[in-house]
Every structure is written in C-alpha cells, then in structure tokens.
Design a protein around this ligand. Structure first.
Ligand SMILES: Cc1cc2nc3c(=O)[nH]c(=O)nc-3n(C[C@H](O)[C@H](O)[C@H](O)COP(=O)(O)OP(=O)(O)OC[C@H]3O[C@@H](n4cnc5c(N)ncnc54)[C@H](O)[C@@H]3O)c2cc1C
Length: 361
C-alpha cells in the first residue's frame, strides 16, 4: 500500500461506509489482478469470484466465435471488492474517514469533511466519474459530448451455465455484456452517450436477444472513456481512476487503470514529499501516467476502425474470421499485450482489412 507504507500520514475519505454498491460489470481482468498483486501482494482478493476462461463474442445476434482457453477473467461484486480494498488501506494504517463526503478546499489546502478541515500538502482525488474534486479544479468532471454511458441489470440467482459473452453492436461505439457472477448475472450495454440517444431501448433489445423477459431494476452511470485528462490534476491535487478519465474506450475496463493510477499518484506524492518539493508531485505523476495515456490514445484511434459505422461490418467480418484477432482482444484484457502491438499488427493487415472495409460500404 503505497503512501501509508512509506510512512506518510494518509486519510481515506469516502462519502459511503463500506460495504456499498457500485454499478459495474465487476469484470476483474488479468491486467487488474497484476495491479492488485503489485499493490497488495495477494494473488486474488479474498472475495467470492467466478472464474471463466470461455468467452463468446457476438455481433447483431450472430456468433463471431467462442474462445475456450482464454486468459481467465474473474467476476465479482464491487460491493465485496471495494470493501476488501478499503480494509487493506485501513489495515495498512490509513485513517478511516469513510462515511463522510469530502469537499476539496483550495484556499486552506485540504479536504473539508463533516465541517472540519483535513489539511494536507497533497490530495489524491479518486472520487469517480462525477468527481466533485475535478469539478472544483476544472468546472466539470467530464465532457458530455464525449463521455460514455452504460446501463445494467443484475439478474439474481447462480447461473453456472450462462456464458460470459460480449456483443458488439448492442450499443453504438460500445458493446453489450453478460457477466456471470457467484450470485447472479450482470447484463449491460454501454457506449458513447452522444451516439446512443436511447440507451434504454438498446438495453431492452439486448435483454430480448438474451431471452430475458423479467422486469429487473435498471441502473445507469457515466463511463469516462476516450477523454482522459492530459494533465491529471492541478497544483497539489492529483486525480486518479475515473476522476482522471482513465477508462479504456474499447473494452470499457476501468478497474486496472484505477488501481494503477492510484498507486502511481501515491508514489509521486511520496517522492515529492521526500524531496521537500510537494509542487513537483503533479509533474512526477504526469510522467508516470504517460504509458497509460499512450495506450488510451491508441485505443481512441483504434476504436474508429472498430466502431465507425461504415468500417464496422469489415471489422466484424475480420473478428469472426480471425482467431488471432479474438485472441489479441483477450490478451489485451489479460495485460499480456498493449495497444501499440495491436496497432502494429493492424497496420500489417491493413491492406486486406481496408479492402474488406471498402467492400462493406
Ligand atoms: C455499468 C458499468 C460497468 C463497468 N464494468 C466494468 C468491468 O466489468 N470491469 C472494469 O474493469 N471496469 C468496469 N467499469 C468501470 C469501473 O467501474 C470504473 O472505471 C472504476 O470503478 C473506477 O474506479 P474509481 O476508484 O476511479 O471510481 P469509483 O469506483 O467510482 O469510486 C469513487 C469513490 O468516490 C467516492 N466519492 C464520490 N464523491 C465523493 C465525495 N464528495 N466525497 C467522498 N467520496 C466521494 C464514491 O463513494 C466512490 O466510493 C464499469 C463501469 C460502469 C459504469
């Protein structure tokens, strides 16, 4: 646990007491587990998890292929995962200020919690996609023209036979998912909000496609993908996770980058304080985040090929025809490859891909 274990005094402020629910598919990728191991030392968080290595891909109702020996994806409830992470932080020595909303104070540097000021030389704002901290710093937490939006339902009851599936086309510039969990199944659709004026209808169609007719409570949340903050904070305030816009614009994955950016922010804060130069923390953090930013930028380019209406049919044909393309998608989730390598492969295939794209228009 960075920061606390380096001897810093750390206060953990969250408006909720834990356990609390968080709308999320709860897909914990190999990439996220690597971050978890790196930060907390354990192999897996000690929570109920469903482990799947068989994943099927679909588009517009047609199966594109099923991968039987995929790098495993673990699925769990964020209620349990986040409670375990908070317990790790408190166990490592962070002062427990959960159950109180915090408000960034810039004039007396610190965070106002329940009428009191917690003064601090450095603050890490990891307060989610609607980040009140980012709003104080920048006037808004995200750009509505570019943000993503997702809707989900939880279908209760164990579903051991429900396949883990991903459906391109279930939402524009996004996808649909069916994620089996130990106690239920999460089904959702998500994509760029501006390109999905009726996301509720997209969810309804997707549930119909899956043959799910019961009425289930629908919940929605913004997804900050494709619009990360190039400078992840201001002054002595660093933004991490969704508050910094670090969701992958193709896969919608955010847990891995949230874990990693939180750790990098803590490392930058520690190094800056040790150097007696807290003002250098943001610069250090920005440098450390560069590889994540590079990957998100590349994903932002690639998604034009995957999701742009006139190229999408060719992408879908390629995805169906190419076992290696499906494998690359899964290796990406596993953290075994990066967008840079995928871009190189795409460039090699581009003549064929471009030809199929042209035939598709
Ligand atoms: C429908 C949906 C499905 C998703 N599925 C997946 C998936 O399967 N896999 C994946 O990797 N990612 C998924 N994501 C993305 C993932 O949920 C996020 O990227 C991730 O939770 C980001 O973590 P975070 O810590 O930055 O923010 P959050 O998890 O949102 O945590 C922010 C915290 O800040 C607290 N907070 C907010 N305001 C205040 C305040 N004023 N004072 C104090 N505390 C405050 C909140 O209570 C909360 O605990 C999904 C997202 C959505 C919306």
């Amino acid at each position: 646990m960075r920061g606390v274990t380096s001897g810093l005094r750390v206060a953990l402020v969250d408006k909720h007491r834990f356990p609390r629910d968080k709308l999320c598919g709860g897909g914990i990728t190999g990439r996220a587990l690597t971050q978890y191991r790196d930060i907390f030392g354990g192999v897996l968080p000690d929570i109920p998890l469903e482990r799947r290595d068989c994943i099927s891909f679909h588009a517009f109702g047609a199966e594109l292929g099923t991968v039987q020996d995929a790098p495993p994806l673990h699925l769990g409830m964020r209620r349990a995962l986040d409670t375990a992470l908070v317990a790790e932080a408190i166990g490592a020595g962070a002062v427990d200020c959960t159950g109180h909303a915090g408000a960034l104070s810039l004039d007396a540097p610190g965070v106002r919690v329940g009428g009191k000021l917690l003064s601090a030389p450095l603050i890490i704002g990891a307060d989610g996609v609607n980040s009140p901290t980012a709003r104080v710093l920048f006037g808004q937490a995200f750009d509505r023209a570019r943000v993503g939006f997702a809707l989900e339902v939880e279908r209760p009851g164990a579903a051991p036979e429900a396949p883990l599936r991903i459906d391109f086309g279930a939402a524009n510039w996004g996808y649909g998912w069916q994620f089996p969990k130990p106690d239920g199944t999460t089904i959702g659709v998500g994509g760029v909000m501006a390109r999905n004026p009726d996301m509720k209808a997209a969810l309804r169609s997707y549930l119909d496609l899956l043959g799910i007719s019961e009425e289930l409570p629908v919940k929605g949340q913004f997804l900050p993908f494709g619009d990360f903050r190039a400078v992840p904070g201001r002054g002595r305030v660093l933004l991490a996770g969704d508050a910094a816009g670090l969701v992958d614009p193709i896969t919608g994955e955010g847990i891995a980058h949230a874990l990693k950016s939180g750790a990098l922010a803590a490392e930058a804060a520690t190094a800056a304080l040790e150097a007696g130069d807290p003002d250098s923390a943001l610069r250090r953090y920005g440098r450390a985040l560069a590889p994540i930013h590079r990957g998100l930028r590349q994903a932002g380019l690639l998604r034009h090929i995957m999701f742009r209406e006139h190229l999408r049919p060719a992408f879908i044909r390629s995805f169906r025809a190419s076992r290696s393309l499906r494998g690359e998608y899964l290796r990406l989730l596993a953290g075994e490859t990066e967008y840079g390598a995928i871009m190189q492969q795409m460039a090699l295939r581009l003549p064929g891909f471009g030809w199929r794209a042209l035939r598709g228009v």
